[in-house]
Design a protein around this ligand. Sequence first.
Ligand code: AMP
Length: 427
Amino acid sequence: MNILIIGSGGREHTLAWKIKQSPKVTKIYCAPGNPGIAEYAECIDLKIEDIAGLKTFAKEKNIQLTVVGPEIPLALGIVDEFQKDGLRIFGPSQAAAQLESSKLFSKKIMKKYKIPTANYETFTDPQLALEHVYMSRFPVVIKADGLAAGKGVTVAISLVEAKRAINAALKDKVFGEAGAKIVIEEFLSGEEASILAFCDGTNFIPMTSAQDHKTIYDEDKGPNTGGMGTYSPAPVVTKAVLEQVNETVFKPMMAAMIQEKAPYVGILYAGLMITADGPKVIEFNCRFGDPETQVILPRLKNDIIDVFEACIDGTLDQIQLEWRPEAAVCVVLAADGYPGNYKKGDIISGLDLAKQLPDTHIFHAGTALEKNQLVTSGGRVLGVTALGTDIRTAIKNSYRATEAIAFSGMHKRKDIGLKALKHLKQP
Ligand code: AMP
């Protein structure tokens, strides 16, 4: 099979690495890809928003399966466009992808079908939004309705912060149209976890759990990022929690989307808060999480092509996912200044050494080749994933690999995975 992967980050590197292992695959292309992906795939110079160009490419190269990494092409309707011409593509339709592309759409569905989530109100008028906040208990959570590259959410602990977030979205339009509407919701306390599920329109299979670390600094301090590290499995997701999530989130959501005439095919990512009243949905994403993918896929034993095909064909009930028993930890190496302005073009060294460590994968997120030198080109530069017999060992292995790597201003959190250890009995 010829495969096309769309995207250029650590998630797509992990997908390319996993897809390459399938004996069914002859050739992988990636648009636009990155130097890490180029080890397994031919990278092509097409933008992820260029739906027409990608479609023409898929036809020309006789692509039998396209796998979409990021949310933007899904929100633009790439799946509908490809399917119009009979091209096989893995991901939700534009209508179904609204679960991520509009927080309001997703909140309305959850309310209508009684899926547990934070209470909320919607606003377009900054004055009305402020009046609502005056009456609210703090913290309050203020979210831009549309896609804002992970920057549209503010957990405001004071009126000043809330006012700033409301004005930024509704008055100053810092998120453009994506922030023309905002959702203000109740703050949920508990521990966060993500559960991703493969979905075929009717059936779903949850993957093993993972937990991200969103803020830039240790102990969950500082501004939110795209994700600074992950571990899998997440001990907070016990068997009982998983059953509850299946029954109260995934099952009703699959039925809801059929009812709404937008059956869900692809990855449904539930960002959850495990509260004292049970799991509640913080958000849905319509694709693999990044960096969650970097700890989930290295633990998946199945041929991922079989799973993608079953999703597209509606035969997921015939698939059983199998997981390696080892734990996995991914530590993200970020550029100095991220998630604000950061430098690019710093030389990266030590990858060859790090890659030789057993069960260690270095996934490229923001790298480029300049004069045959690997350099930084994004805020998140590399994801360093290692497996281990348990979380403690995986943490040790992953941090050991990061020590082999260097670039100017390299930043990493030092507490990735420590939350998981708190759940385990101390030796
Ligand atoms: P989101 O982009 O919706 O996942 O939000 C980003 C982060 O903001 C989440 O990972 C949570 O840490 C936090 N967050 C969002 N909504 C809530 C909420 N209702 N209660 C508490 N924290 C939240």
